[in-house]
Design a protein around this ligand. Structure first.
Ligand code: ZN
Length: 474
């Protein structure tokens, strides 16, 4: 049996001005040692199957993908499929919220192109991030689709493995599962729909009891990705199985649960304006207090160089703050040129996301330099604020990233990170946390964003709408 592996995974904010280019993708092929790290479950379980790695491309969230980059990766994948086929199955490692500039439903295009090459007899299975947007075309074209059941996504590897094991099982047993799909007209930010608190936790706990392995082989709830102004933006429920009535009941049940709780989703920590966050944090008698500068979160598609939060911090002068981070290669170079312990005056950030930001004048002492050919980083100390400047867009998700800059987060009163909900390592570190409703491409105040193309009515844009589930069977 022969199974191809490929995929493209990125999350693209259509409100961002920062396009995702070919250089932003990390491309992994089968001969790459990283391929085994991506799919460690392959080595143990599937002795009789030949896996052919094609191309797996992953990019950090950002603005829309440039069409030429998308076409390059797609054509590369299709060539691999043509050259190495025929295949019994294809496994696709996807995210689901890719947007390619000037076209809709990029993953739908991707799936259809693959189907045309591998033919109708080949089974295609995909794993999705639960923040992916799913279209009818995707449901029609795929045989198997399964999504994460946790946010933060601690189950990413088991989801990939589930997509593969479902594929192998269907191939071995000659099953082509039926698929049930309900679009739920709700668009909510991930920061409110985490599965670590209610109602997300209870809703996602409804999934596993629905699965009996035969009538219902798998089920998925997609929150979707709300910062994509395109017609497929929506939450949805999906079920796969061999019994049409059973999968219908599953998606109806799951979508009704989601709908019922649509107004109950809230941020997991107190959310307030930037000024209020700083004022609260200053008064907190614990350290560190973590603050999410959420509107410019690069891991949700924010550009990352919005300076608003920092500009307010410089005015309000908190007693002890680390600010992570502003990408600005030129500013980093100036600090490197000045050297440690020397004073610099810089104009930082605000150069990419000109819609939401402007460069900010700061002066301070260069406290630390992390030399790195690709992504040099510096700590600039301006009064009691330590500003981390990076060469590239850099999310700070791990304690070690601070330690690498000679900063021990627990020794500082306030640590600001451009993120939404705190990832597990930051959450474990935080003695208290706030979410700042700051400006940026992934502004949490979604009803104020200039949507033109999402399907309406949709909650919370049309709060008084009524709805009952419409099940599509494929
Ligand atoms: Zn996600």
């Amino acid at each position: 049996m022969k199974i191809a592996i490929g995929g493209i995974a990125t999350e693209n904010c259509t409100f961002s001005v920062f396009n995702t280019t070919l250089d932003d993708f990390r491309i992994i092929r089968q001969d790459d040692t990283q391929f085994k790290e991506l799919y460690p479950f392959l080595t143990n379980n599937y002795n009789d199957i030949e896996f052919i790695g094609t191309i797996t491309a992953k990019a950090m969230p950002g603005g829309s993908v440039e069409p030429s980059a998308y076409e390059f990766i797609k054509n590369d994948l299709l060539k691999h499929l043509r050259d190495n086929g025929p295949f019994d199955g294809v496994y696709l490692d996807m995210h689901g919220a890719m947007n390619v500039a000037d076209r809709d439903d990029a993953e739908g295009d991707w799936m259809v192109a693959i189907r045309e090459v591998v033919g109708d007899d080949c089974l295609i299975s995909a794993s999705y991030d639960l923040h992916g947007n799913v279209s009818d075309r995707i449901m029609q074209t795929l045989d198997i689709i399964t999504g994460f059941r946790t946010a933060p996504h601690i189950d990413y590897m088991e989801t990939r493995e589930r997509a593969m094991s479902l594929l192998v099982r269907c191939l071995c047993e000659g099953i082509r599962p039926k698929k049930a799909f309900v679009k739920i007209p709700v668009g909510l930010p991930g920061e409110k729909t985490s599965t670590e608190w209610e109602p997300g936790m209870s809703i996602y706990n409804e999934i596993v009891p629905q699965i009996d392995g035969d009538k219902v082989m798998d089920a998925t709830i997609q929150v979707g990705y709300v910062w994509a102004d395109e017609p497929r933006m929506t939450a949805c429920a999906i079920a796969l199985g061999q019994d049409e009535e059973a999968i219908k009941q599953t998606v109806t049940h799951l979508s009704e649960k989601y709908w019922e709780h649509r107004a109950d989703f809230e941020f997991g920590v107190p959310a307030m304006s930037v000024d209020e966050c700083i004022q609260h944090a200053v008064q907190d008698n614990v350290k560190p207090v973590l603050i999410s500068d959420s509107g410019d979160n690069p891991t949700a598609g924010g550009v990352g160089d919005v300076t608003y939060f920092l500009s307010r911090a410089l005015v309000l002068q908190p007693d002890d703050m680390i600010y992570a981070s502003i990408p600005d290669a030129e500013a980093v170079q100036k600090c490197v040129d000045a050297g440690i312990d020397n004073q610099v005056s810089l104009s930082i950030g605000g150069k990419w996301d000109t819609r939401n930001s402007e460069p900010l004048d700061v002066s301070g002492i260069v406290e630390f330099i992390k030399h790195d050919d690709e992504n040099a980083q510096v700590v600039l100390k301006s009064d009691e604020i330590r500003i981390i400047l990076t060469t590239k867009r850099t999310p700070f998700h791990y304690r070690q990233q601070f330690l690498d800059l000679n900063l021990v987060p627990e020794d500082h009163h306030i640590v600001v990170v451009k993120i939404g909900y705190l990832v597990p390592e930051l959450k474990a570190m935080a003695e208290n946390a706030y979410l700042a409703l700051s400006p940026g491409a992934v502004n949490q105040d979604i009803v104020k964003l200039p949507y033109e193309r999402i399907p309406r009515p949709c909650f919370p844009f049309d709060p008084d709408m009524s709805w009952t589930p419409q099940v599509s069977i494929y």
